[in-house]
Write a protein that binds this ligand. Structure first.
Ligand code: HEM
Length: 405
């Protein structure tokens, strides 16, 4: 049997794709001692765990993975409690709320960031744009003071560090837990005040939402807003950086997208398949479950490798090729469980912000292409991905001929 590289090794962090292949082919279900979990890598198995038609999986693992920084969020809930919470929050991220209230917010925030560098002829698309844009959008959607964006960024960075703290660095853990306290001190008075003065923003929508006589408490809303920082920030930030890294590495596909902007949704879907922002999602088995690779006992933690499943040759032709024209991937980002890749997961916890993320990336790419004619990577720069649970380019220095606003 081939040796399976450890998912916590430096070789894996540098390039996980060879290890994913070995796992799919010869070790589709393995026990991993360091994370005390079973690792699943084939598309059919990851899809089966996410869809969970037989009700065999829970998200109890989030009680220790995310509760210390966010409190009790929608991700930890299951059954009817989850369905009601989902019905309370989901309408704000689609339909007329998205189209009429939030598309202008997305357009404005993207433009503000681009205006800061469009005259200069150079930028780092990660630090100057991607890491700022989605967090600014969420803060603005919530109707928070622009002056507080800097604090949001600080909290966001601490939360991301907490969630990715594989080595258990106590300082990172403490900073994450401190963020929970600081965020609550900041957010709870704003929520109480907003309840008295409802407006047109996302926070007001959450305060007023009611389903079957159930409403969210201040604490519920605070935890949800905290989750949005990470769930909607880090993911979309990596998706934007990755779509540009992928297109810059394939200049003919970049030229095609530049010439025909209706190809942006395809480039987005293919980016999420080829380089998903979230590579790993965990679940807890409620019963014994048999998958293609073997049997998992009840009460076990299961690590689902989205990054491996999205490149399964049983599902995609030439999976290691970035190809926005591929015909085995369409561009539907529906709120049903019928997606074309696993980057947003599937089933009950399917990303509630998928359409918002799609709108952010599509608008961002369109505006950036307009602002950066002859966009190219800085001389000699080859974008490298970093991260294990979440993954994306660490820097993306680009050059372009400056254009006037
Ligand atoms: C859930 C990925 C953008 C909010 C999820 C899950 C994934 C995911 C994989 C499932 C987690 C699980 O099953 O354990 C992504 C990616 C994004 C993105 C790749 C960007 C490209 C967003 C945005 C928002 C958002 C923009 C909102 C502002 C959420 C929430 C959940 C979630 C609230 C929990 C849903 C539930 O438990 O029912 N996302 N996400 N996400 N996402 Fe996203």
């Amino acid at each position: 049997a081939q040796q399976v590289p450890d998912i916590l090794s430096p070789e894996f962090a540098a390039d996980p794709y060879p290890a994913y292949r070995v796992m799919r082919e010869s070790a589709p279900l393995i026990w991993h001692e360091a994370t005390r979990s079973y690792i699943v890598s084939r598309y059919e198995d990851v899809e089966r765990v996410f869809k969970d038609k037989a009700g065999q999986f829970t998200t109890e693992n989030y009680d220790w993975q995310i509760e210390p920084v966010h409190g009790k969020t929608i991700l930890q809930l299951s059954g009817r409690e989850h369905a009601v919470r989902r019905a309370l929050v989901a309408p704000a991220f689609r339909g007329t709320d998205l189209q009429e209230k939030f598309l202008p917010v997305i357009e404005r925030n993207s433009r503000e960031l681009i205006d800061a560098f469009r005259h200069t002829g150079s930028a780092d698309l990660v630090t100057d744009y991607a890491t700022r844009f989605p967090v600014n959008v969420i803060a603005d959607m919530l109707g928070l003071d622009k002056a507080d964006h800097a604090r949001f960024h600080r909290w966001y960075t601490a939360v991301i560090a907490f969630l990715g703290n594989l080595s258990g660095d106590p300082e990172v853990t403490a900073a994450g837990e401190r963020t929970r306290v600081e965020f609550a001190e900041y957010m709870l008075p704003i929520i109480r005040e907003r309840r008295e003065n409802l407006g047109d923003d996302l926070l007001s929508t959450l305060c007023a939402a009611e389903v079957d006589g159930v409403r969210m408490s201040d604490e519920d809303i605070k935890a949800f807003c905290s989750l949005l920082l990470a769930a909607g920030g880090e993911t979309t930030d990596k998706a934007i950086a990755s779509i540009f890294a992928n297109l810059l590495r394939h200049p003919e596909q970049l030229a095609a997208v530049r010439a025909d902007r209706s190809l942006i949704p395809r480039a987005f879907a293919e980016t999420l398949r080829y380089t998903p922002p979230v590579h790993m999602i965990m679940r807890q088995s409620a019963t014994e479950v048999t998958l293609s690779g073997g049997t998992i006992p009840a009460g076990a933690t299961v690590t689902c490798l989205i990054g491996a499943a999205n490149r399964d040759p049983e599902r995609y032709r030439g999976p290691d090729r970035f190809d926005i024209h591929r015909d085995d991937l369409t561009t539907t980002t529906a709120f049903s469980a019928a997606a074309d890749h696993l980057a947003f997961a599937l089933g009950r916890h399917f990303c509630v912000g998928a359409l918002l993320a799609k709108a952010e990336v599509e608008i961002g790419v369109d505006q950036l292409l307009d602002a950066m004619p002859d966009l190219r990577l800085a001389d000699g720069f080859d974008p490298a991905e970093q991260g294990v649970f979440t993954r994306g380019p660490q820097a993306l220095p680009v050059r372009f001929t400056p254009v006037a606003a």
